[in-house]
Design a protein around this ligand. Structure first.
Ligand code: HEM
Length: 169
């Protein structure tokens, strides 16, 4: 399994992108701009969620979406668009208000009570990296983004993990 180092949320990507872009005016180009802005983020999130839900080790953790007391798939996607925009150095910060006008919650609150085990988190990151690659994000840029996400592990995994799987035995 691919392993990535730990990075500070948000900051690393922005710092990594503010140099050596060949812009004589000195203005920096974020990954958000480089890969096509909001339309690309929308596609990345759609593809990421589809990929994660196709993984029998991950999908069962999303089974509660749409049920009373839980979020909906549309809300999660909209919050992910906000978060991806921020992680890619675009015009957003997370947590904040998403493109549906709802406030997204912090990572600890969002994942409390889901019982997510560490290895499931690691697989989530591996799946996500594969989707980014399939959608044309370069390996170098994935290696910039991934540590930012890996850095959220402590906020996402549970101290009381529950192993769920819908994989064929
Ligand atoms: C770096 C990794 C991750 C990121 C960036 C992330 C991001 C998010 C975001 C932005 C939300 C929406 C928050 C809101 O509604 O305000 C969310 C919700 C959720 N996440 Fe994650 N997540 C990560 C890892 C995981 C993993 C590993 C799982 C399970 C395998 C998971 C399962 C869920 C579920 C089920 C919800 C919906 C909770 C609910 O509203 O009922 N997430 N996540």
């Amino acid at each position: 399994m691919k392993r990535f180092g730990i990075g500070a949320f948000g900051a690393a990507v922005v710092i990594a992108l503010t140099s050596c872009n060949g812009n004589p005016a000195g203005a920096s180009q974020s990954l958000f701009e480089k890969y096509g802005g909001a339309a690309t983020v929308r596609k990345l999130v759609d593809d990421a969620v589809a990929g994660l839900l196709a993984d029998c080790n991950i999908a069962p953790y999303f089974a509660g979406l749409g049920k009373p007391g839980n979020g909906t798939a549309e809300r999660v996607k909209s919050c992910l668009r906000l978060q991806f925009t921020a992680v890619l150095g675009g015009p957003a910060s997370y947590p904040g208000r998403n493109d549906q006008g709802d406030m997204c919650v912090d990572m600890t609150t969002a994942h409390r009570n889901l019982g997510i085990p560490g290895p499931v988190f690691d697989r989530f990151i591996t799946d996500l990296a594969a989707v980014l690659k399939a959608d044309g994000v370069s390996d170098a840029d994935i290696n910039t983004i991934a540590p930012v996400l890996v850095g959220l592990k402590g906020q996402v995994v549970s101290t009381n993990p529950v192993t769920l799987s819908s994989c064929p035995r």
